[in-house]
Design a protein around this ligand. Sequence first.
Ligand SMILES: *Cc1c(COP(=O)(O)O)cnc(C)c1O
Length: 499
Amino acid sequence: MRYESTRGQTARVSAAQAIREGIAPDGGLYVPETLPRLEPAEIAAWRDVSYQERAGRVMTPFLAGFTAGEIGHCVTAAYNPEKFGQPEIAPLRPLGDGSYILELWHGPTCAFKDMALQILPHLLTLSVRKTGSTAEIVILVATSGDTGKAALEGFRDVPGTRIIVFFPNEGVSEVQKRQMVTQEGRNTWVVAVEGNFDDAQAGVKEIFTDLEIRERLKKSGFEFSSANSINWGRLLPQIVYYFSACADLLAKDVIRPGEGVNFVVPTGNFGNILAGFYAREMGLPVKRLILAANANNVLTDFVHTGVYDRRRPFHKTISPSMDILVSSNLERLLYELTGRDAARVRAWMQELKDTGRYTVDDTTRTRVQEIFWSDWAGDDAALATIRETYSRYDYVLDPHTAVARRVYDNYRRETGDATTTVVLSTASPFKFNRDVARALLGEEVARTHDEFALLDLLALHTGWPVPARLRNLAEKPVRHRRVARREEMKAVVAEILGI
Ligand SMILES: *Cc1c(COP(=O)(O)O)cnc(C)c1O
């Protein structure tokens, strides 16, 4: 299977090339030229099949040129029960009201980014070798929190790679900062940048496009690569858990083979829910994809009106990983829904760049509305939902998942649709414990304790154990103390690599 660009001005490439490049040379995103189909009977036969094996079966048709042994190695290295702290990689929990929570946060950083970033480094190193390079890969990341830590854990000690993460010195939470500066691994570097996230990101972009440092890198046997969420190698692993959830529902006799299921997805960059769309296109009986947004509700408006308009105020919310106004992965959906009309996609993306908005045609809008339903929830609604869900079902939601749960309640009320529904849970409540504590323990308690103390208070209150990775954080030794100004970032990279 080969990959083509959503902008249509790049020759088709192999899976390995698409993963190595990340973004196509014409500025588009790579998509597979055809989609494999998986029949309901086949999914029904996965009742007793492990997550690792399900991952291999879903991903294999997309990875032409990779051997069965290589794919087997990738999935066992990534979805290792030791790293996930338990044998179940993506467990499904019944809430008792006909809905289920798919917990995607048992990985090393306690958030769903691990589902993709645990396996991407393995896919990427193989891809680089398959495309004829012997260079050592250098991953540069600017992070406002979740992604940087998940990338560090994913690339940690993966042979042939080094990873350098820049985070804004002011602008990540105590727990997030501590998670990064205590990072282990022989090939990991973490640098605090004086300034905010935009400074760190702009600095990384400049280094990526700096021809002089690229030349020095090449001479020393290195090559830059990126782990960001538009890489097909990050999207593909996310398709797996939609299939896995349905296989688990079949195993529990909750649904019959071929019976439809709804998925509710807390959405930011449109990566997670797009994987659900691809699962549906591959034959998974998905009835509705319910897109849940926070106050940055640009995608909810898009689903309702067909107008994508990023010209609006940016809101800082208690679900920060969804605070996004330009959802890059939407481009892939538009490409598929227009029957792969690259010229139309190009025109919309150009309009977005020039004017900050675009309007899709009526046919495309109707297709979007047949598949997706959307609503949004603000911070107060999310906090109330954390409280209600805990008192009604004894289940503790993080603020991102609470947005999804609230939107699902709205969906049920408005449509009366009683189809079996899976809510994707994207973070452990302990990862965003200050706001969960606000909801369950009260504003006063949350304000007067630091995040580490709140971990224990929350565990005491709920009886839920603090994830081991977060529990030991306060005692872990600091291994990274570098601080740089934005204009020093390039020199820091050169010094770290010794070039
Ligand atoms: C990244 C993230 C999201 C948003 O996922 P997208 O793929 O960007 O839509 C939601 N919740 C959490 C906790 C995340 O880390």
